[in-house]
Design a protein around this ligand. Structure first.
Ligand SMILES: Nc1ncnc2c1ncn2[C@@H]1O[C@H](COP(=O)(O)OP(=O)(O)OP(=O)(O)O)[C@@H](O)[C@H]1O
Ligand SMILES: [Mg+2]
Length: 1062
């Protein structure tokens, strides 16, 4: 911003030409040159601060930005720059295309004014680049969203497609637009792009068949050949070699800095984005290929039978391929190219063509196909980008149209192009110069008129519907009889002989002027931008733009849908005798429509200047620039700006907009608008020369004042907005508070009510309970005497008894069997009987057992008692016990009674015998065993020698101190004797018995019965025993060596013995 304001005051290179002092053509050129040197390629022209922020109604003078082509890329189009210019104050920033675009966009969005941006300048001055910058800026600053982005992308992507088909390299510009383009971008009320419409003007189709040396045909041909895949080329029946095609320049088809292949792919991508289907793209490229291939269709002459020369196809291959591409019978196309149907009286006659005529027809066909294809392309893009909804729209038009052209040899095209530029200049003059000055006069403002050239006389010379050059050309074209350019020129000379801006050899001769620069068959027009000499050759033909009907019919006959649709007039059903409108009149009416369109919008100008002819960066040719400054009318423009007022507005809207700046006019002014404006401005104390009061409008001289006004307004509006906000917030809070308070009261009322109700309900419930109890108590008291007390206990007891009775009776019937091994018992029918049932079960079982025992014989009972005793003594203590269970206790193993040998022993035992068995006695000296007979009587224990059957040792039971046995399954036993006894003096006995359990059990029983006390029994692994020679400690060892015959005793030293058992 600082840079901007300082450059405003930079005398050498002012950013705004209004500040130029002195204002001369030289100083203007110098300023541009100085700024160009500093790479400031944009300059404003006194219009800064106009536009968007100001004008609402009435006269409006557009912004002007002058752009000098830098021919190098400058870092001034970055996203940061976009941000810098976004919502900028036009006055405060450096001149830039972005500034003008921003101003136009905001004026469109915020002020609801349709805008147009007119970009003019010579070929190569940078118009197309400027238009793209405008579009990309608008795309960048408008809002984002999926739908909006798609629209933006489609709009932006229309450029590469149109450039491929409509641009070409010329000597002036490597990417010269060979058509005029006007694009309406449409927005909704929020400023979001909705879509657009593109109009195209006059494609330079002659380039298809011919171009100057050093130039190229349209880019698409080179792009297609360089970028298409081999398959695509094959499909299109093309060769990659440019030199093969007659319509392309044979040398230098490659352009430095331009990658045709990459551009081809970019163009294909762009088509996809716009919405072309793959089939449409293929069709488009097929038609393009057909145009290219038509240039290679060679004709040769042959003589007919009549002797007339006739043309024929020299080499049928190319023709055949074309026909294959478009689905046409080759004969049809050959006929259409080599002959022509002529109507002679009422008959149609086929006449052959000469070779030049044939080539003429071929070229005309190629040009027609291409230009119609281009129109189709524009329409197709429009179909994609056009706005579908019928929402209210605002429009921003961008006009990028060919600039004024003066060549060595100027033809019909230049005439048309220059006419268009003349019309644009007219708009510029009308809107900026003439109208402004006329307004000052109308409004009664003191004003010294500024001279300027009004070009309506030239426009009239060309477009007047009766005497204009275009009208006369049309007349010539339609006139029957001999028609050629000479008759047309003669007619012009007659009619325009005295016209100030028309010259030709004849008029010069009439005025006796000698001018060698004007050749015959030419006329010269003094355009606003300079004199241009037009050669009339080709005027009639180009204006007629006729295609032999045979050719259009042949095209219509093709099966190729796209190509066919380009030639609707070829339909034989629709043959019309009316001639189509001429090229000139078509162009005239489209220009008239364009002008109408532009007039209805708020104009913004980008005046492009080309600094040199060599496309080089940093070269500034002052003469060249001066010429452009002249024909762009910049001097006049600046002059009017300087003398005039920057801003004007009707009193009404002005007062409406600024009335808040004065307490006398705010909020309402009851007087007239003008008085209101005067009062308002009087309060603001601006210098008097800054303001002028017209009849209906207020005029403000400098943008500074206007911006001051605008700034104050903004501040005041902010204050007012705050006031409104404040009041509104206060009101909102108050109402909200009151509402809350009311609600709070209501809620507490309801709550209290609810609480009281609950409390009351609770009290009522309690009272009822109390009442019920009291009543119950009273009733019980009253009625007690009517009932027997304890009745319930009686009843209960009765029931219990009854149940018990039933249980017992049931049990009696259901008793389990009396077998002692059966332990079953019926379950208790009621839980309260569980204990009794268990008890009865036990009693029953005991009783059953007793009964069983009672009926046993005495011997059996004694046996059982012995068994019981054995179990008590040995169960779980000695392993042998379990084995012994199988052996019955027989007691008598020797057969004392039966065996007479034992008679003596039998006598000893008499009736007191308890047990008789054979045992082995361990020799205390060496551990060896000797068999002995053992008799246990109720009083004695007798050991006897088996052979002699004589008692050897007789022990009284009272001599026995105790018995020791091992834990294992052996029959070893130590019989400890009391020392005091006589036998005992000999020491303890160590015995081994095969019926140890029985022996010890019986000894135990007998001992108890006799002695009245239990026999001490030790079941142990280590014990001490008394031998005659002292005590010996005996250790029992479990060992396999023990053998099956019983334990093995080993004497170990004098007082140790080991008993091996198993
Ligand atoms: N702002 C710029 N910055 C850098 N280079 C530019 C700029 N403007 C134009 N150029 C260069 O100048 C060349 C010509 O510009 P452009 O095609 O816009 O001219 P034009 O006025 O549209 O010409 P024509 O009337 O032939 O279409 C561009 O290809 C580009 O190289
Ligand atoms: Mg261009």
């Amino acid at each position: 911003m600082e840079g901007a304001s300082s450059s405003l005051l930079d005398a050498e290179a002012v950013a705004d030409l209004v500040l130029l002092d002195p204002l001369t053509e030289e100083s203007l050129v110098q300023t541009l040159q100085e700024r160009f040197r500093r790479r400031d390629i944009y300059v404003g022209s006194g219009t800064r601060g106009f536009g968007g922020t100001t004008g609402t109604a009435g006269t409006y003078i557009g912004n002007v930005v002058i752009s000098v082509n830098p021919y190098q890329s400058l870092p001034i189009y970055t996203p940061e720059k976009v941000e810098e210019y976004r919502n900028c104050s036009f006055f405060a920033v450096k001149p830039h295309i972005y500034a003008i675009a921003d101003d136009a966009y905001r004026s469109l969005r915020d002020r609801d004014r349709d805008q147009c941006i007119l970009i003019t300048g010579e070929s190569g001055a940078g118009k197309t680049e400027a238009s793209k910058l405008v579009m990309s800026y608008v795309a960048a600053v408008s809002s984002k969203g999926e739908e909006v982005n798609k629209v933006k992308e489609q709009l932006l992507q229309s450029n590469p497609v149109l450039e491929a088909f409509g641009n070409a390299k010329t000597v002036r510009n490597d990417n010269s637009s060979r058509f005029g383009k006007y694009m309406d971008i449409e927005f909704d009320f929020k400023g979001e792009p909705l879509g657009g419409v593109i109009s195209n003007y006059l494609l330079e189709k002659s380039r298809i068949v011919r171009h100057m040396k050093g130039e190229r045909n349209f880019h698409i041909f080179y792009q297609l050949l360089a970028g298409a895949s081999p398959q695509l080329l094959q499909q299109l029946k093309l060769r990659q070699d440019c030199g093969h095609y007659g319509y392309l320049n044979r040398e230098g088809s490659n352009l430095p800095g331009m990658d045709d292949a990459a551009n081809f792919h970019a163009m294909q991508d762009a088509m996809r984005v716009i919405g072309f289907s793959p089939a449409e793209v293929t069709e488009l490229l097929q038609v393009t290929a057909v145009v290219l291939k038509l240039g290679n269709v060679q004709l040769s002459s042959s003589f007919q039978a009549s002797g007339m020369e006739a043309c024929s196809i020299a080499e049928p291959r190319e023709l055949r391929e074309i026909c294959e591409l478009i689905g046409l019978e080759p004969g049809t196309l050959e006929r259409a190219l080599c002959s022509r149907t002529v109507k002679a009286r009422d008959e149609m006659v086929l006449t052959t063509l000469t070779v030049p005529q044939g080539y003429y027809g071929r070229d005309a066909l190629a040009k027609n196909i291409y230009s119609r294809l281009f129109n189709w392309l524009v329409n197709r893009i429009n179909a994609s980008i056009q706005v579908k909804s019928d929402k209210q729209r605002k429009v921003m038009g961008v006009l990028d149209i060919y600039g004024f052209e003066i060549f060595q040899d100027n033809s019909f095209e230049q005439f048309i192009i220059n006419y268009c530029n003349e019309k644009l200049q007219q708009i510029f003059i009308l809107m900026t110069l003439k109208e402004e000055q006329e307004e000052y006069v109308r409004e009664g403002i003191q004003w010294t008129p500024v001279e300027f050239f009004d070009n309506s006389i030239i426009c009239n010379l060309i477009e007047n519907s009766t005497t204009g050059i275009l009208a006369m050309l049309d007349e010539e074209c339609l006139r029957p009889g001999v028609v050629n350019e000479d008759t047309f020129l003669t007619k012009l000379n007659q009619l325009l002989a005295t016209h100030k801006h028309y010259e030709s050899k004849e008029t010069q001769n009439a005025r006796r002027v000698t001018d060698t620069s004007l050749p015959p068959r030419c006329f010269r027009i003094h355009h606003y931008a300079g004199k241009v000499t037009y050669n009339v050759t080709g005027f009639i033909e180009k204006n007629n733009d006729l295609l032999f009907r045979d050719l259009s019919q042949a095209m219509w006959a093709a099966q190729h849908a796209l190509l066919r649709s380009l030639f609707p007039e070829g339909d034989p059903q629709k043959v019309s005798l009316k001639l189509p409108p001429t090229a000139g009149s078509q162009f005239k009416s489209s220009v008239a429509m364009l002008m109408k369109n532009l007039y209805s919008k708020n104009p913004n100008y980008i005046r492009c200047i080309k600094p040199n002819d060599t496309k080089s960066a940093m070269v500034f040719t002052p003469e060249l620039v001066l010429a452009q400054i002249r024909y762009l009318g910049l001097m006049e423009n600046v002059r009017v700006r300087r003398a005039g007022y920057a801003f004007r507005q009707l009193y009404g809207p002005f007062l409406q907009r600024y009335k808040m700046l004065n307490p006398r006019t705010w909020p309402r002014w009851d007087g007239g608008d003008r008085q209101g404006a005067e009062v308002l401005l009087a309060g603001l104390a601006f210098p008097t020369e800054e303001l002028a009061f017209g009849h209906t409008k207020i005029f403000i001289r400098s943008p500074h004042t206007l911006f001051d006004l605008e700034r104050r307004r903004q501040e005041r509006v902010a204050q007012l907005a705050t006031l409104i906000q404040k009041t509104f917030r206060g009101w909102r809070c108050r109402t909200q508070y009151q509402l809350m308070r009311k609600s709070q009261i209501l809620i507490s009322a309801w709550f209290r009510g609810h609480r009281q109700k609950n409390r009351y309900k609770q009290m009522k419930r309690s009272a009822l309970i109390l009442q019920a109890y009291a009543r119950g108590w009273k009733a019980r008291k009253t009625y007690r005497k009517y009932f027997r007390s304890n009745a319930s206990t009686c009843v209960a007891n009765f029931i219990y008894r009854r149940l018990v009775q039933r249980y017992l009776l049931g049990l009696a019937k259901n008793l389990p069997p009396l077998s002692v091994t059966d332990r079953t018992w019926p379950p208790a029918p009621y839980r309260f009987l569980d204990d009794a049932n268990q008890e009865l079960k036990n009693i029953f079982y005991h009783w059953k057992c007793k009964k069983y025992r009672d009926q046993l014989p005495a011997s059996h009972r004694a046996q059982l008692q012995a068994r019981l005793c054995a179990s008590e003594l040995f169960k779980d203590k000695k392993t042998l016990y379990t084995k012994s269970l199988q052996q019955p206790f027989r007691g008598e193993y020797l057969g004392l009674k039966q065996n007479p040998k034992y008679q003596k022993l039998h006598a000893v035992a008499k009736d007191k015998l308890v047990m008789a068995d054979t045992v082995r006695k361990v020799n205390r000296a060496n551990g060896k065993t000797v068999p002995r007979l053992l008799l246990l009587t109720t009083e004695h224990l007798v050991l006897a020698d088996p052979k002699a059957a004589q008692p050897k040792t007789v022990l009284s039971l009272s001599d026995i101190r105790g018995v020791s046995v091992t834990r294992f399954s052996d029959g070893f036993l130590a019989l400890h004797l009391k020392e005091v006894s006589t036998v005992g003096a000999k020491g303890d006995f160590l015995l081994v018995s095969d019926h140890l359990i029985e022996l010890v059990t019986r000894l135990h029983q007998t001992f108890k019965a006799t002695m009245g006390q239990a026999l001490p029994l030790h079941i142990t692994d280590r014990f001490s025993t008394r031998f005659p020679k002292g005590d010996v400690s005996i250790t029992v060892v479990e060992s396999p060596k023990a053998g099956t015959n019983g334990p093995v005793c080993k004497k170990k030293g004098s007082n140790k013995m080991e008993v091996l058992v198993h």
